[in-house]
Design a binder for this molecule. Sequence first.
Ligand code: FNR
Length: 171
Amino acid sequence: MTVLFIGGSRRKDSLNTKLKHRLAEVADKHGIRYELVDADALDAPIYHGDLEAADGVPEPMKRLGEKIQSASKVVLVSPEYNSSVSPLVKNAIDWVSRLDMGAWSGKTVLLAAASPGGLGGLRAVSHLRDILANVKAWTAPMCASCPNATDEAIAAMDESFLKSFLEQGKD
Ligand code: FNR
């Protein structure tokens, strides 16, 4: 089974994308099979019911739901905007929750965040726990947060900690 790494920022120089790649590097070293999902794959119109009634769930969100459903677990790496989760990530969670397959239900989700701020995106992580509980996902207790994030700080994150982070939940 494959761990799905989902990045939550489409910004070219994204710190969260760098954190996602750092986690993938640790997974590589320890023989953890994974697939990377680019944040561009989360691009979809902002959810509203009329849009869904007219056109159904957008194809990219169906594909994302299928990937989530077949993954052993999901690593979600999200930026923090104004003390909460990025709209890109929230919108993708909302769309995927509309699929009959119940992709999030019972899924193990590991939460990670990087921010130039001193709290390292922990408030976004906290909000994600509530949002994901609502769609019946299980969020693992440890999160991988990089406060005061820079390229160097992300590269220096402790490998054994990141390995333990990735090993949470069932395989
Ligand atoms: C931010 N940022 C931010 N950071 C944080 O730690 N807490 C916050 O509440 C906010 N709020 C916030 C609001 C808005 C509108 C923006 C644009 C930014 C900073 C944010 O964490 C920073 O820009 C990151 O670099 C964004 O993630 P990526 O794109 O680097 O992955």
